[in-house]
Write a protein that binds this ligand. Structure first.
Ligand SMILES: Nc1ncnc2c1ncn2[C@@H]1O[C@H](COP(=O)(O)OP(=O)(O)OP(=O)(O)O)[C@@H](O)[C@H]1O
Ligand SMILES: [Mg+2]
Length: 264
């Protein structure tokens, strides 16, 4: 299947290759998959060609969130049973997806083969899209860190819960030390009140600067804040995109603002 259902790129944008953005988190279940899918829809609505790669190998569930029942997945590409073109599917929301399918246990460990296959897939898709979003797993396992390392930019999703913040801090610390990143984006999801994202970002930045040291400036950029919103749960339960079902909801506004910030 081809990607022809994805919208064409805006002519103003040079076709030098996709911007790659890994969406990751310290703690699990904070909303990475929800954010990635809806961000993809928000970018697509702005005329961007977007591919979401389900990089949560082993515990993939992007297909569940999007209510897709793929016959062909990354697994088939890895084992040469399908071409990349056959496995890239159109998703609701006007973007494309490359799904991993759950139960890819053999890929939950980072072998040289998984590494090479993933890198080759990224290189092949980059010229064809404006954005490649990687929905990664949580934590700092080698598969997650490798998936993040493949992307130019990283967006760490955290909720205001203390456990999520501690884990976000640990993750960002690893990204700074192991990947040499000096800039990481933060999305505060499930914010209880407006402005909570800014507060949390300021606190995290302070602790991180102390850790990284004043000689090496480190920037944690608040890319957005998405409110805790009952519509999210309702959309997920229906297996629909929030942006399509509840476009006027608080959380949808937060996602659209995140897309606008990324495009600015
Ligand atoms: N802004 C929000 N408001 C309310 N509920 C939310 C919000 N964001 C996420 N959730 C809830 O959190 C659940 C988990 O989200 P999601 O599956 O996207 O997390 P995840 O970080 O991808 O998890 P995993 O680490 O297992 O991959 C959603 O199904 C939804 O019910
Ligand atoms: Mg997920």
């Amino acid at each position: 299947m081809s990607t022809t259902t994805a919208p064409a790129a805006s002519p103003a944008r040079p076709r030098a290759g996709a911007r790659t953005l890994a969406v990751t988190s310290g703690k699990g279940g904070v909303g990475k998959t929800f954010v990635t899918a809806n961000l993809a829809a928000a970018l697509a609505a702005q005329g961007q060609r977007v591919l979401v790669l389900d990089a949560d190998l082993g515990l993939a569930n992007l297909d569940v969130v999007l209510n897709l029942h793929p016959k062909l997945t990354l697994h088939d590409v890895f084992t040469d049973k399908a071409t990349l073109d056959q496995a890239i599917l159109p998703a609701p929301g006007g973007f494309s997806v490359l799904l991993a399918g759950s139960g890819m246990v053999e890929y939950s460990r980072l072998t040289p083969e998984v590494r090479d296959k993933l890198l080759s897939i990224i290189e092949q898709v980059k010229p064809r899209f404006d954005w490649v979003l990687l929905d990664t797993g949580a934590g700092i396992s080698d598969v997650v860190l490798f998936a993040v390392a493949m992307a130019q930019d990283v967006l760490v999703v955290a909720t205001p819960e203390p456990t999520s913040l501690t884990d976000a801090y640990a993750t960002i610390k690893v990204l700074a030390t192991q990947q040499g990143r000096r800039q990481v984006g933060l999305l505060v999801n499930q914010a209880g009140r407006p402005g909570e994202g800014k507060l949390i970002c300021g606190q995290l930045q302070q602790v991180l600067q102390r850790f990284v040291g004043s000689g090496q400036p480190f920037r944690l950029d608040l890319m957005g804040e998405v409110r805790s919103d009952v519509s999210v749960r309702q959309a997920v339960l229906k297996r629909h995109l929030l942006l399509e079902n509840y476009p006027g909801s608080d959380a949808a506004q937060g996602i659209k603002a995140l897309a606008a910030r990324l495009l600015s």
